[in-house]
Design a protein around this ligand. Structure first.
Ligand code: DPP
Ligand code: ZN
Length: 876
């Protein structure tokens, strides 16, 4: 496969003013007809170059220009599309082709999912439907007529329904017209036997919008939460960004077979069932919150993505980073802000930092790709959102809003770049963000090494910050970043010290954003009456690593007293990190393990401290995951990480048993289920306590889990109890619980996914055997990405203990599955191989075994472009 470079971007030679599509749906032979009004792009240069259309896996039937059929000799048809000679500046092109939705297991283009037709066109799926300039900077007005047998009563596409009727007795049709010009990746079509729930929303200008959610009939009772989330998101976008919805109808469809979480097609969002369907009996708190954020995310794309789209796929973060930032702020406003931030940062630090340090490391705006699907990454999404958040921090909320207003105004109805976004932020605020742009072009996680000096006599405190960034593929040297470092200073009693920068005339302030722009920089604070304790990078104000030598006592003070809830949690993580690092060293040195008493006592204080948000307590009591420890390690010693973590968990559980039990009892009350922040927080702490109690494998602890499992009336409590049993109880007891759970829920796809994932994530010996058995279970399908993620994704990414078995069996098992999957669904195969790509960071032993597993994938035959890119870059 070839490589595409950002530097090679050229404007499209031709524009498509309108696109008329006609589909005759048949499972193996769907007929697609298109009529395109094509015009030479005046901005693209002189002359009339050939018209190039993308097309993959299509059976071409005919092409006509201005009504005249073209003979095969009049144009070129190859594996990736058509090239048609052109002799006029404007013309109508008519194309007819055939496709096979049933045979399409890649889930890109038009395919069948449980008998329902649906589409996924981002990024380059439209070319699997018909020949077209499949690039985001070609915007066109679409009309689509869908013809289907009448046992597909629901026929949907983007925009407004304009016509419907009967055809030859047993078929019917519906025509949809989208008044907004859009690129092909936002096109959508759905056909099936679906039911809907309907609601209404009145926009801020008083227009009424019909809201509809479509599902298979069996899931119709699971739409209420998504509907409520949608309405909340619509209101929020009006209030916070001044953005109003623009069509008269907004539709969501739930689909079982889906590669992504969801897709923001104009007016017709298509969702992975798992990201839209929920009921208290079947969905966990985490699922409720995920649905709220994804429904909002896709809705927010209507402005940040659809009204203003991307010029080319290198600009993907323009819409994704910005929209993730928008949905994160929405979720923070709907729930606990601190906890949302902690969850996002945990994920970023664990998975995005690892990506940024691995062979696929790329800037937020990549310079090149072989297969764009591989760049729907944590870097583009999550780090991209952090970059937008830093702009928000630097400009403040009002300044940021001025910038976003200008951005939407300037670029509405067009395709923009990351550069356009920053320029709008600059112009709206009269500031200059030249150096800040490096966040878009330089890969890697910057490191801040911070030291300080206090002069008691002068009452002067100096903070010195040195920044660096490790080399990444193709970028050996980095220029300094522009980094907002939010910080404060604490006195010995934990009080906030007033900060006055050198020469400042500001009044008393307790928090500052230091702007780091140089490789080394010092900041001086005057009139500091005592030796201060710095609270650094509050709220995780930049996606960087901070190195500062805190003592355990200082960390405990921050945990107890910092005003910034995020940094209280972060201090708990640093303390745990230190303790676990010591355990890992001792394990390797063959010294008997002993857990730092500072950590035990810090956790005890957290459990005893009154008035804390229970969700924050739960987060503070959660040890850094094995994956997080691995990311932080210079060389990953999986065995030592597993041993250290296991020992720390056991020691904490035993030492704090009474406090944990008291916490559990206090929170284990019957309350009608509501997925609201306060209740979610209580359940989270209760179930964290239960998991710890069960780590001891004491009979009375396991009895609590069994009792909760039997009594639970919501999926959060039920699955937490089941997980505690599966992870800790003897096989018989766990098996019985798993069986009864499956019997009860086997008809429910979302619960079955959860059931599969619970088993794949168990750290118990023998899980690989269990995973193999699960793949033979009737519920498992290799063609269903949710099943693959539940069983294989969970095993490889969330079961550090079993995946890293010293004999390498986990690695070879994963390689074999990736090879099989690549034949069916390349996108998912390329995702699944990720854990093996980190082989270079491992200690010798696992390192060679992972490398061999990866080589076996490479040697297995013809790989898809998706998988080839990831594997070949990782073997380099
Ligand atoms: N559907 C994916 C998302 O919303 C890609 N646009 O992030
Ligand atoms: Zn998105």
């Amino acid at each position: 496969p070839g490589t595409v470079y950002l530097k090679d971007y050229r404007q499209p030679d031709y524009l498509v003013d309108s696109t008329r599509l006609r589909f005759e749906l048949e499972p193996n032979a769907t007929l697609v007809q298109s009529r395109l009004k094509v015009r030479r792009n005046p901005a693209a240069g002189e002359g009339l170059p050939p018209l190039k259309l993308d097309g993959v896996n299509l059976e071409l039937l005919s092409v006509a220009m201005d009504g005249a059929p073209l003979a095969a000799a009049d144009f070129t048809c190859h594996d990736e599309g058509l090239s048609i000679p052109v002799d006029r500046a404007e013309f109508t092109l008519e194309i007819c082709n055939r496709i096979d939705p049933e045979g399409n297991t890649s889930l890109e283009g038009l395919y069948l999912s449980n008998g329902m037709y649906c589409t996924q066109c981002e990024a380059e799926g439209f070319r699997k439907i018909t020949y077209y300039p499949d690039r985001p900077d070609v915007l066109s007005k679409f009309t689509a007529t869908i013809i289907a047998p009448r046992d597909y009563p629901i026929l949907l596409s983007n925009g407004n329904e304009v016509e419907r009727g009967e055809i030859d007795g047993d078929r019917h049709f519906v025509t949809w017209e989208d008044p907004f010009a859009k690129p092909a990746y936002l096109f959508a079509l759905v056909a099936g036997r679906l039911e809907k729930v309907e609601d209404r929303f009145t926009t801020m200008s008083g227009r009424e919008v019909v809201l509809q959610i479509f599902t298979e009939p069996k899931n119709i009772h699971k739409c209420a939460h998504a509907m409520a989330s949608l309405k909340a998101a619509m209101r929020w976008d009006e209030e916070v960004y001044g953005r109003e919805y623009d069509l008269d109808i907004f539709m969501i469809v739930a689909v079982d077979h889906f590669n992504m979480g969801a897709m923001e097609n104009k007016g017709l969002n298509i969702f992975n069932s798992a990201c839209v369907l929920a009921s208290p009996e079947t969905a966990t708190d985490a699922a409720f919150q995920r649905i709220e954020s994804i429904v909002a995310h896709e809705y927010f794309h209507n402005w940040s993505g659809n009204r203003v789209t991307c010029r080319d796929w290198f600009q993907l973060s323009l819409k994704e980073g910005f929209t993730v930032f928008r949905d994160a702020e929405f979720s923070a406003d709907m729930n606990s802000r601190a906890v949302k931030r902690i969850e996002d940062v945990s994920m970023l630090r664990t998975a995005q930092f690892a990506e940024d340090a691995g062979p696929m490391s790329h800037p937020v705006r990549p310079d090149s790709y072989m297969e764009i699907s591989n760049f729907y990454t944590l870097t583009v999404y999550e780090k991209g959102a952090e970059v937008v958040r830093m702009i928000h921090t630097l400009l403040g909320p009002e300044g940021f809003r001025r910038g976003s207003d200008l951005y939407f105004d300037r670029h509405d109805g067009s395709a923009a770049t990351c550069e356009d976004f920053i320029a709008a932020m600059e112009d709206a605020n009269g500031v200059e963000l030249q150096q800040f742009r490096r966040w878009y072009s330089q890969a890697g996680t910057p490191i801040l090494e911070i030291s300080d000096d206090y002069d008691a006599k002068q009452q002067r405190y100096v903070l010195t910050v040195r920044q660096s960034c490790p080399p990444t593929p193709g970028q050996p040297e980095k220029q300094p970043f522009h980094i907002p470092l939010k910080m404060g200073l604490l006195g010995a009693d934990g009080s906030a010290l007033p900060l006055v920068a050198e020469g400042s005339s500001e009044g008393e302030i307790n928090e500052r954003v230091l702007e780091i722009t140089e490789a080394e920089q010092s900041f001086t604070f005057e009139n500091i009456a005592e030796q201060p304790l710095p609270s650094l990078l509050r709220g995780f104000s930049a996606p960087v690593k901070v190195r500062y030598d805190y003592t355990p006592a200082q960390l405990r003070l921050l945990m107890r007293a910092d005003r910034d809830a995020f940094n209280r949690w972060d201090a708990s993580q640093r303390l745990a990190f230190g303790a676990m690092a010591q355990l890992q060293r001792d394990f390797r040195a063959g010294i008997a393990l002993q857990l730092s008493s500072e950590l035990v006592e810090a956790y005890r204080s957290v459990l005893q401290q009154e008035g804390l948000d229970p969700a924050l307590v739960a987060e503070m009591l959660t040890l850094p995951s094995a994956q997080t420890l691995a990311e932080e390690a210079e060389t990953i010693d999986a065995e030592a990480i597993i041993a250290a973590r296991k020992f720390a968990e056991h020691t904490l559980a035993e030492a704090l048993y009474d406090e944990l039990l008291a916490t559990y009892r206090r929170l284990n009350h019957d309350k009608p289920y509501r997925p609201v922040a306060d209740d979610i927080a209580e359940r989270r702490l209760k179930n964290t306590a239960l998991a710890y109690l069960c780590v001891t494998e004491r009979k009375d602890a396991l009895a609590l889990a069994e009792a909760q499992f039997v009594a639970a009336t919501n999926m959060t409590d039920s699955s937490a109890a089941l997980a505690a049993l599966v992870n800790r109880a003897d096989d018989q007891c766990a098996e019985a619980a798993l069986q009864s759970f499956y019997e009860r829920w086997k008809e429910d796809d979302q619960v079955v996914d959860l059931w599969l994932g619970l088993q794949s994530s168990s750290p118990q010996r023998g899980t690989l055997g269990a995973v193999r058995a699960l793949m033979l279970h009737p519920a498992f399908e290799l063609t269903n990405p949710n099943r693959v993620r539940a069983v294989l994704g969970t095993f490889a990414n969330r079961n550090f203990t079993q995946f890293h078995q010293p004999d390498g069996s986990g690695f070879h098992f994963l390689a074999a599955q990736v090879i099989a999957l690549d034949k069916l669904n390349p996108q998912i195969a390329a995702r699944l191989v990720t854990p093996l790509t980190r082989w270079k960071k491992y200690r010798t032993g696992p390192r060679e075994a992972m490398h061999a597993a990866l080589q076996s994938v490479m040697a297995s035959g013809q790989l898809s472009a998706d998988l080839y890119e990831v594997v070949s870059k990782s073997l380099k």
